[in-house]
Design a protein around this ligand. Sequence first.
Ligand code: SF4
Length: 63
Amino acid sequence: MKVRVDPDLCIGDGSCAETCPEVFEMRDDGLAHVKKDADFAVCGERLTEAVENCPVGAIIFDE
Ligand code: SF4
């Protein structure tokens, strides 16, 4: 399982990077990005939490 951030939806509030900093990072464009070579398993349930708490539904699961 992987996740990605839709840059057209992200409003850059940073909550995903706070919830799961091992996977998400805020960059100079003001948007969240999935870290290169991120280990998605490291966040465990926090990854699901980050997806569910994104206020605009910008984090998308790719199976
Ligand atoms: S929680 Fe959603 S809107 Fe907020 S920074 Fe992350 S992807 Fe963007």
